[in-house]
Design a protein around this ligand. Structure first.
Ligand code: NAD
Length: 505
């Protein structure tokens, strides 16, 4: 019997929609349909594929308010955040690839060393096949649509499994595909949770693109490795913000407040640790508390999206308070009640053994920690298993470069927060436990492509010097190699020794 999925508003509990779950036994059917759609879609010219994405961009712009409303009721986000951080990046990536994709995916000529005289070389890009995309609940629209769009442009067919926590977004994406008349089964949405996700991963995808937790990412990476299929993992973070005493103070305060509390802290690149140089620590904290208290719940800060996440946040805050942390803003977890709105929390008196320093909290929680030297700040910033994003604040550009280059992270920002992800020219992805692989930028299309390196010979010569027969060839080839790879000085010495040997003879 089919399961009925019921979507509820996370904060009010009101039922938004209900429909049928995709059954696990249909997974092989879904892959068959996807393979058939791939044969058709991959042979359309790039301009045809892009024309559907232009239609998609127009559809999003024409229905901007309805889509924002749908995102808000699925997630509990405030409207401005749904617009700027979930919908706008999708419009932006569509516009970016509309212009750039023909350059990125066209044949790339590369030079050919003189040793291979007469030959030419190039790289071609082909689609991979069926791409399985599994997405999370925190930016359910953007984190589904950006990889879907990139995979489709590169000529793949796509199976998307959005998060069961925000299931109406899957329905919205299906509707958009229908509205722009995307050819049948080029994009299929599978509705369901973990079991369906597992069944899809164990099916026959040609590539997997996953955004979500480290725990799930690890399982998916292992499954993909069994079949040697390419995979990308966009996982969690514990992003540090380093504020030196010569930083633009109020900009850093405002940046920290926004970076830690936007989307109620449910951001993979949230500012989850703030390291402030000791000489300004007191003043920084005072300003931070003042600015945090100005935020309005429901207007600036939305609700949490996922009930289970509230328990993770509670556990981390209680652990910190038990170990001596001080809560400067927001409420003690005992006073949270049933509400999904959590007032932003600034904490001090932090020690390295607290979960709010080492584990991803994914909520409106900002631990502030003092440091003395540059080296200490770098060591502390690099001390977790994560490496997604980081920010460095100082007016000294040399120091900014020096410190940034020592951070082990996939992305970094100087005198700003999070923003690098918003530039569609920049590749995005984490290191360490924050994941592997990239999307966005030119690499965002290569991630969904099979690269083929080709060398072409005009086919005129009867044979090459390195082919058979080898008899009497060693010394000739040796001379050629020495001449080719030696420096000018070494070449002169070689010529001198050659004449010396001639004279002896
Ligand atoms: P999650 O891992 O619980 O779930 C993500 C998706 O995976 C969901 O669709 C879920 O149904 C599916 N899933 C769960 N178990 C599965 C399995 N065994 N096999 C296949 N699919 C499975 O993560 P979440 O709670 O939805 O998302 C929050 C996490 O995502 C946070 O850690 C956050 O930092 C991370 N995230 C990372 C990025 C990034 O770009 N690096 C962006 C947003 C969120």
């Amino acid at each position: 019997m089919k399961n009925v999925l019921i979507a509820k508003h996370p904060a009010t509990g009101e039922t938004i929609d209900q429909w049928l779950e995709t059954e696990v036994q249909h997974v092989s059917d879904i892959y068959e349909k996807s393979s058939a759609a791939f044969k058709f879609w991959s042979t359309r010219p790039l301009e045809t594929r892009l024309s559907f994405l232009t239609k998609m961009k127009h559809y999003l712009l024409e229905n901007i308010d309805e889509i924002v409303e749908e995102i808000c009721s699925a997630t509990g986000k405030v409207k401005t955040e749904a617009l700027t951080a979930d919908l706008m990046p999708v419009i932006d990536i569509l516009q970016h690839y509309e212009k750039r994709a023909p350059k990125i995916l066209k044949r790339q000529k590369v030079s050919t060393p003189i040793l291979f005289v007469g030959k030419s070389s190039y790289v071609d890009y082909f689609p991979l096949g069926t791409v399985l995309i599994i997405s999370p609940w925190n930016y359910p629209f953007q984190l589904s649509m950006t990889p879907v769009i990139s995979a489709l442009i590169a000529g793949n067919s796509v199976i998307l499994k959005p998060s069961e926590v925000t299931p109406t977004i899957g329905l919205l994406i299906e509707k958009i595909a229908r509205e722009i008349n995307l050819p049948k089964n080029v994009l299929q949405v599978a509705h369901g949770g973990k079991e369906l996700g597992q069944a899809l991963v164990s099916g026959t995808p040609d590539s997997i693109f996953f955004t979500g937790s480290v725990e799930t990412g690890r399982k998916i990476g292992m499954e993909a490795s069994k079949r040697f299929i390419p995979y990308t993992l966009e996982l969690g973070g514990k992003d540090p913000m380093i504020v030196f005493d010569d930083a633009p103070l109020m900009r850093a305060v405002h940046g920290a407040v926004w970076g830690a509390f936007t989307n109620a802290g449910q951001v993979c690149m949230s500012i989850e640790r703030v390291y402030v140089q000791s000489s300004i620590h007191g003043e920084f904290i005072d300003r931070l508390v003042e600015e945090t208290k100005k935020l309005k719940m429901g207007e600036d800060v939305g609700s949490l999206t996922f009930h289970q996440q509230k328990e993770v946040i509670r556990d981390h805050v209680l652990d910190a308070l038990e170990k001596g942390a001080l809560l400067l803003t927001g409420r003690h977890p005992d006073k949270w009640g049933e509400s999904m709105y959590l007032e932003p929390m600034v904490l001090t008196n932090i020690t390295q053994d607290m979960k709010i320093v080492t584990e991803e909290t994914f909520g409106p929680v900002m631990p502030v920690i003092a440091f003395s030297t540059e080296e200490e700040a770098i060591n502390k910033a690099n001390s977790t298993e994560f490496g997604l994003n980081a920010s460095v604040w100082t007016k000294d550009s040399k120091k900014a470069d020096r410190v940034t280059s020592k951070l082990v992270t996939g992305n970094a920002v100087i005198n700003d927060v999070l923003v690098s992800v918003a530039n569609p020219h920049l590749p995005f992805g984490g290191v360490k436990s924050s994941g592997t692989g990239k999307y966005h930028g030119d690499e965002g299309l290569y991630t969904f492509s099979r690269q083929m390196s080709v060398m072409r010979d005009p086919g005129i010569k009867q044979k090459e010097i390195n082919w058979y027969p080898y008899q009497n060839k060693y010394l000739k080839v040796r001379a050629l190699i020495l001449a080719y790879f030696s420096t000018k000085k070494q070449k002169a010495a070689l010529v001198r020794s050659f004449y010396k040997q001639l004279r002896k003879k």
